[in-house]
Design a protein around this ligand. Structure first.
Ligand code: CTP
Length: 401
C-alpha cells in the first residue's frame, strides 16, 4: 500500500484513452490512495461518470457552476484538498489552457487554482503532439514545474497512425505517482550542484560572434531535475531562448571565460554537470569597433586562440566536486572519443551523443546517449531530453546514498 492515505484528484479529459483511466483508478486505489474524479465534457463522451464514480467510490465532479457541488465542496477546495493532481488523459486542448492560464470549465479552473503538484499524462494524435503550438505549451508547462509521464510511441487507437502520442500505461502512471508522492527525504537535499548549459558566444567585434547550435534544452532539464531531487543548483547558462528551470539559481554568461569564472566562483560543490557546448576557440583579439569592409581589401583573417576547458579545469581542481559529469558531442567514433574525454578531463561520467545533423539532437527535443563510466558503457534508448535528465539525475543521486 505505497499510496496509503494519499488523496489524488484525477482529471479526465476527452480522448479515447479515457477508458484507460478506469484502470488507472483501480491501480491507484489498490495502492491505498483515494481518487476523486473530475471529468471534462469531452471525457464524458468517452466514459460515463457512472462508471468512473463506481470505480473511484466517490462523487464525480463535472460542473463549474453547479450550485450543489459548490456548496458541497467548491472548486477551490477541490483544487487544494488533495496531495496530487493527475490529468489522464490530458488533451492538447487542456494542455493549451493550462499553459495559458485559461479557466473556463471545472478542470481548467482547478488547474489554475491548485497549489499541489500536477502530473500530466498526455494523449493525442502524434501530429497534435508534435505541432509547434503543443511543443510551446509543453515547454511552458515544464518550466512551470508541471511533471509529465509519456506520451509513448505507438499506434493510435483511432487512426492507426504511428508516432508519439499514446497515453502512458496505467501502471506507469501509478509508478510516476508513487515517485512523486515519495514523502521520504529527497536524495540530494543538502547537496550543491553546478550545471553549465547552452552555447557560448565569442565576440568577433561588437556586433558579430562565433556560436554553435546548442539550445540549452538538455542542460536546463538536468538542472531542473537535480533541483527536483533536492539539490541546491547553480545553473551557469550561455545565451539561450528557453525559460529558466524552476528552483535553480541562474547565472547568465556569454563567453567561455565568463562561464569558467562563474563555475569556479560557484565551487565548492558536490556535483558538477558540464553540459554547455563551450566554444573551443575565441577570436584572439576581438575588435572594439565594428570591422568595416574596405573596397579592394581582402576579408579580415580571424585569428583564434584556445578557450579554457571548463570541464577539465573542474575535473582536476583542488576543490573537485565528488561527482563530475561531462558531455561529449561527437559526429564520429562516439564511444572511443567519449572514453578518451573521460580520462583527459577527469570526469566520472561522460554522456556521449552523436550530434551529426541527421540525428537532429543539437537544438532538438530528443536525445540518444551513451553513458560512459569508469566501469563500462551503457546505451540509453532514444528519449526526450526531459527523460534523459530524469534518468541522469537519478544516476547522480545514486552516488549520494
Ligand atoms: N567543455 C568545457 N570547456 C570547453 C570545452 C568543452 O567545459 N572549453 C566540456 C563540455 O561542456 C562537455 C565536454 O567538455 O561536457 C566535452 O565537450 P566537447 O565539445 O564534446 O569536447 P571538446 O573538449 O570540445 O573536444 P573536441 O572538440 O575534441 O571534441
Amino acid at each position: 500500500m505505497t499510496l496509503q492515505g494519499k488523496r489524488i484528484l484525477l482529471i479526465i479529459s476527452g480522448g479515447i484513452a479515457a477508458y484507460k483511466s478506469l484502470d488507472l483508478i483501480r491501480r491507484l486505489r489498490e495502492r491505498g490512495a483515494s481518487v476523486r474524479p473530475v471529468m471534462t465534457a469531452g471525457a464524458q463522451a468517452f466514459v460515463t461518470p457512472l462508471a468512473v464514480g463506481a470505480l473511484a467510490a466517490d462523487k464525480v465532479f463535472t460542473e463549474l457552476f453547479s450550485r450543489e457541488d459548490e456548496q458541497d465542496v467548491g472548486h477551490i477546495r477541490l483544487a487544494r484538498d488533495c496531495d496530487l493532481v493527475v490529468i489522464a488523459p490530458a488533451t492538447a486542448d487542456l494542455m493549451a489552457k493550462m499553459a495559458n492560464g485559461l479557466a473556463d470549465d471545472l478542470a481548467s479552473t482547478i488547474l489554475l487554482a491548485t497549489d499541489k503538484p500536477v502530473l500530466v499524462a498526455p494523449a493525442m494524435n502524434p501530429k497534435m503532439w508534435s505541432h509547434p503550438a503543443t511543443r510551446r505549451n509543453h515547454a511552458t508547462l515544464l518550466a512551470d514545474g508541471i511533471r509529465f509521464i509519456g506520451p509513448a510511441s505507438g499506434e493510435m487507437a483511432e487512426s492507426g497512425e504511428k508516432g508519439e502520442g499514446r497515453m502512458a500505461e496505467p501502471l506507469e502512471i501509478a509508478a510516476a505517482v508513487e515517485a512523486l508522492l515519495d514523502t521520504g527525504p529527497k536524495p540530494l537535499t543538502g547537496r550543491k550542484a553546478i550545471v553549465t548549459s547552452g552555447p557560448t558566444h565569442e565576440p568577433i567585434d561588437p556586433v558579430r560572434y562565433i556560436a554553435n547550435r546548442s539550445s540549452g534544452k538538455q542542460g536546463h532539464a538536468i538542472a531542473g531535475e537535480l533541483a527536483w531531487l533536492g539539490a541546491d543548483v547553480t545553473l551557469v547558462s550561455g545565451p539561450v531562448t528557453i525559460p529558466d528551470p524552476k528552483g535553480v539559481t541562474v547565472v547568465r554568461v556569454e563567453r567561455a571565460e565568463e562561464m569558467r569564472d562563474a563555475v569556479l566562483a560557484a565551487l565548492p560543490a558536490d556535483i558538477a554537470v558540464m553540459v554547455a557546448a563551450v566554444a573551443d576557440w575565441r577570436v584572439a583579439s576581438a575588435s572594439g569597433n565594428k570591422i568595416k569592409k574596405k573596397p579592394g581589401e581582402a576579408p579580415p583573417p580571424l585569428l583564434l586562440t584556445e578557450n579554457p576547458d571548463i570541464l577539465k579545469t573542474v575535473g582536476h581542481h583542488p576543490k573537485r566536486p565528488k561527482l563530475v559529469v561531462g558531455f561529449a558531442a561527437e559526429t564520429q567514433d562516439v564511444a572511443e572519443n567519449g572514453r578518451s574525454k573521460l580520462e583527459r578531463k577527469g570526469a566520472d561520467y561522460i554522456i556521449a551523443n552523436d550530434v551529426s545533423p541527421h540525428t537532429g539532437i543539437m537544438g532538438g527535443d530528443r536525445n540518444t546517449v551513451k553513458v560512459i563510466g569508469k566501469s563500462g558503457d551503457e546505451d540509453w534508448p532514444d528519449m526526450d531530453k526531459q527523460a534523459v535528465a530524469e534518468r541522469l539525475a537519478r544516476l547522480i543521486a545514486s552516488h549520494f546514498p
